[in-house]
Design a protein around this ligand. Structure first.
Ligand SMILES: Nc1ncnc2c1ncn2[C@@H]1O[C@H](COP(=O)(O)OP(=O)(O)OP(=O)(O)O)[C@@H](O)[C@H]1O
Length: 907
């Protein structure tokens, strides 16, 4: 198996996923080649896979440094549920043998806190190194940097390990690294020529909204009402508060409303915190009210809402905290409720910091947070901008500002006054001074500076300070004003754009400047500010049940409950069994066999093996009770909404053929996609897929011939040339003489397809008039050989003519009705094929064939009771035992065969 196929295989087997996300494959490849990597990708984008897959490929331990014990415990729990050997070392570890196991290379993944990693004796590392360490990952790597929003001193010491682990690739992962932080990480970890993967920060499935609030009870009541509505829709909610007092206040209100809520903050004992965390992770709590102490790196995929009750201390922190929702890719919502006083907390946040750089970073971050709150333009664009990423549009269509049209007003006069006041005060103040001047204050500062003599002194009395501040922030976000941090102060000055505007205006004449009215402005003007907006946004996170019938939606809910029961029984979190999205797929597909169950995206092999029978039973039982048929045709994965009818007279065909036909016919996948379908342990040939389709057609399965012809580029001209050649030769039995009469670009694939179509009386009108010669040529070379070889292989050995005549009876043992077309016997006696088949038929007996996956499947078809390995090896004594075992292994992991009491059987 090639490296890439092996990655796909590991991905499906352990994680149940059928494809890698952006950058995952590249990073895994680089790491397995021994290169250091810096991975900067959005929260929830799948960074963990970059260090989880390599140890499963190379069979050596991966060390993962992670900042929190609870985080490690979650990861270990989920990984174990996938059949992966994972463990952690730290104060909470109760297994006294864990360190010895780790040192002896038992774990695929070993998690450590940075402190623990630095405290382990050199002998530990040296012993483990002898067995092999495939990578050293530093998760949440921004903690290394003072420029990061979560600097931790212990992270700085990790560079000590570089000397011991000099040849081990280091992988640093973070979701929130600005340019400064990236450089800091690379230097701190002494990374050598790292491969840097920077993904998009855009979390498209997340809606962003902001709302101004006061601390009133009525606002809290509104919030509680909103939360009740949200939790009724399934999924979890996190509410972040700035203070423990707020946490307790909101928690009590939720409890009073009968909502299953938990609480988490730094003053709780560690036991109580762990319990709260555990209950939330396991869906026993619907809402978690917490300070930011909760949830760094939390991987609970079905958090649907994150609400910030107070502006976070930085935009990075907000991005990371809000990013804890919608990690499964489903539509999710983030609201931020702020009050003006939130922005005055910079000095409080700076309190513990020793370094001036760090203090400055804190002030700038809070300022960016404030700007985000006061924004009237696209919030997503602002967030992405902050991380240096450009959104190509000004309207993301998924934030409050892009969805709710705000009332606008010409505020040219007010803007002129404010900018002029800022300019007149010298541009060295914050907002308070120029606003106080406009409002006519005669404070000592103003009088001393003689600002009370300015002509605009007192001209802005009709608006409150808050109103003016809101306007100022609008002007900042539209580029008329600039905010800068100087030492410990924030100053506001007029930007070049603002100066230009000022110079073209006067007190009595300004060009119009339409700006949206913000919540604060509307509040101040005593207008009905927000109820309309909130109501509109209330429907922004629907349970994403697109394509569900009512019964399927009901099945989905019941399956969620069943997943919960199973998770409780095995002591894990429901999402560790499988994600909500996967439960949706199961509700849509309703698999009847393990093979189909295992093929569903998100279902890993461990789950099929350990609970497959149990879950299939439940699916069958619940589907029956809801009057839903099993093996629903609609494919959620490929979003083909309509089930295609199949003919009634179709017969049973080998599972591999049926699956190929279903993917092509019902799921609409191309031959090429089916051949390379990521769920396979290894790709199969396109010609094999094509052969499966033709076989299915001959067994009465419906085929869209126009589509097939267009895919293999069989043109109208080719079709009639082939018909001419057949009639000139007067026989359809041998392909080679037909091929000899045709132009080079007509392949055996074309001939075979055409002959099958002819035999069904399919008119050449279905065939497109033009073709792409390049693609045809591609098909023609390999198709000659493998299409026909595969055709031979799809038959059980007794169907081959072992005398040396190369007759292949495509449907010799089946009675096709005339409506389905006559029997079609084709001769595959071309040179290429005969040389291969030579090997196949001259091994002494009819069973001396080389084993292939298809031949094994066909043979097992005749042995319902199962066959021991020895009998299979004996039967295919053209191949050695190792080869047969390998093929059986592939088939097992592809869920085509299974082993019970040492007997192999078809799934
Ligand atoms: N290739 C994939 N296909 C489907 N789901 C995936 C894939 N890769 C990862 N996931 C899922 O996406 C979710 C987020 O992944 P992960 O925890 O690795 O994100 P992350 O980038 O580490 O986020 P954070 O920075 O917040 O820790 C997980 O539930 C994971 O199982």
């Amino acid at each position: 198996m090639g490296d890439r196929e092996e990655m796909d295989f590991v991905l499906k087997k352990y994680f149940g996923y059928s494809g890698f996300r952006a950058y995952q494959k590249e990073v895994i490849q680089k790491v397995t080649e021994g290169r250091d990597c810096l991975v900067v990708m959005a929260t929830g984008s799948g960074k963990s896979l970059c260090y989880q897959v390599p140890p499963l490929i190379v069979g050596k331990t991966a060390i993962v440094v992670s900042p929190l014990i609870s985080l490690m415990q979650d990861q270990v729990m989920t990984l174990k549920q996938r059949g992966i050997r994972a463990g952690y070392l730290g104060s909470a570890q109760t297994d006294s043998t864990a360190q010895t196991k780790a040192e002896n290379g038992y774990f695929h993944l070993l998690f450590l806190t940075p402190e623990k990693a630095c405290l382990l004796p050199a002998s530990f590392w040296l012993n483990l190194l002898k067995l092999g360490i495939c990578l050293f990952a530093v998760d949440e790597a921004h903690c290394i940097s003072e420029w990061g929003h979560d600097f931790r001193v212990e992270y700085k010491q990790l560079d000590k390990l570089r000397a011991i682990l000099s040849d081990v690739p280091f992988v640093a992962l973070t979701a929130t690294a600005t340019e400064n932080v990236r450089v800091d990480i690379i230097n701190s970890l002494k990374m050598k020529d790292p491969y840097v993967a920077i993904g998009s920060f855009d979390r498209k499935n997340i809606f962003y909204g902001v709302k101004h609030h006061n601390h009133s009870q009525s606002f809290l009541d509104e919030l509680v009402q909103e939360i009740s509505r949200l939790v009724a829709n399934a999924g979890s909610t996190i509410i972040y508060c700035l203070t423990i007092k707020e946490v307790e206040r909101i928690f009590k209100s939720l409890q009073k409303a009968g909502i299953k809520a938990g609480i988490y903050h730094g003053q709780m004992g560690s036991k109580a915190r762990e319990e709260s965390h555990r209950l939330f992770i396991r869906d026993e709590l619907q809402v978690m009210v917490a300070t930011i102490a909760f949830g760094m790196g939390i991987d609970k995929p079905n958090v649907r809402h994150v609400i910030h009750y107070g502006c976070p201390k930085s935009i990075e922190a907000y991005y990371q905290e809000s990013g804890r929702c919608g990690r499964d890719g489903m539509a999710s919502v983030c609201w931020l409720y702020y009050t003006g006083s939130d922005f005055a907390k910079a000095e409080f946040y700076c309190g513990e910091s020793q370094s001036e750089n760090h203090k400055r970073a804190i002030r700038e971050s809070l300022m960016a947070g404030q700007r985000y709150c006061l924004l009237t333009t696209c919030r997503r664009k602002f967030l992405l901008d902050h991380f240096g990423e450009k959104l190509s549009t000004d309207n993301c269509g998924n934030c409050d500002n892009c969805l709710v049209s705000r009332r606008e007003r010409d505020m040219s006069k007010e803007s002129f006054l404010l900018m002029a006041s800022i300019q007149s005060c010298g541009g060295n103040w914050g907002l308070k001074m120029p606003i106080d001047v406009l409002r006519g204050s005669r404070s000592k500062k103003i009088v001393d500076a003689q600002f009370d003599k300015l002509p605009l002194h007192g001209l802005g009395k009709s608006y409150s300070s808050n109103w003016w501040k809101a306007l100022a922030h609008q002007l900042i976000s539209h580029g008329y004003l600039m905010e800068t941090v100087k030492d410990v102060y924030r100053t506001v000055s007029v930007s070049p754009k603002g100066k230009q505007h000022l110079s073209s205006a006067g007190p009595d004449h300004q060009s119009p400047l339409y700006l949206p009215l913000t919540d604060e402005m509307l509040d101040d003007e005593d207008q009905d500010s927000t109820s309309g907006e909130i109501r509109k946004v209330k429907n922004l996170a629907p349970l994403d049940n697109e394509g569900f019938s009512e019964a399927e939606a009901q099945l989905y809910r019941l399956l969620l409950e069943e997943r919960m029961k199973l998770a409780r029984a095995i002591g894990t979190a429901p999402y560790a069994v499988c994600g909500d999205e996967t439960v949706k797929r199961i509700a849509l597909i309703r698999p009847s066999t393990k093979a189909r169950f295992g093929n569903i995206d998100g279902v890993n092999q461990h789950l099929v093996r350990t609970h497959g029978d149990y879950l299939l039973n439940i699916i069958r039982h619940l589907s029956e009770s809801l009057n839903l048929s099993l093996d629903g045709e609609a494919s959620f994965q490929t979003a083909i909404p309509k089930a295609h009818p199949v003919l009634n007279n179709q017969r049973k065909i080998a599972p591999a053929k049926y699956d190929a036909w279903k993917m092509w016919h019902a799921d609409g996948l191309s031959v090429q996609k089916i051949a390379n379908f990521p769920g396979r342990p290894a790709p199969i040939k396109e010609q094999t897929v094509l052969q499966y389709l033709l076989d299915a057609a001959q067994e009465g399965f419906e085929i869209d011939w126009t589509r097939l012809c267009s895919e293999i580029e069989l043109t109208h001209q080719m079709f009639s040339d082939i018909c001419d050649a057949v009639s000139k030769i007067g026989s359809r039995e041998k392909l080679k003489p037909i091929k000899d009469k045709l132009p080079e670009e007509t392949s055996y694939t074309h001939i075979r397809t055409c002959l099958v179509m002819q035999s069904y009386g399919i008119s050449p009108e279905v065939v497109a008039p033009c073709c792409n010669p390049q693609k045809t040529a591609e098909l023609s070379s390999e198709a000659v050989e493998s299409c026909l070889i595969d055709a031979c292989h799809t038959k059980s050995p007794h169907e081959f003519d072992m005398s040396g005549n190369s007759m292949v009876h495509f449907s010799s043992s089946k009675n096709l009705t005339s409506a389905q077309g006559p029997k079609l016997d084709l001769d595959c006696n071309d040179d290429l094929v005969s040389s291969k088949r030579h090997k196949l038929v001259h091994k002494g007996s009819s069973t001396a064939s080389e084993a292939t996956e298809d031949l094994i499947l066909n043979w097992l078809k005749n042995h319902d009771e199962g066959v021991p390995l020895s009998a299979i090896v004996e039967h295919f004594h053209g191949s050695n035992k190792e080869h047969v075992v390998k093929l059986l292994g592939n088939l097992e992991s592809d869920f085509m065969v299974f082993r019970k009491k040492d007997l192999y059987r078809l799934m």
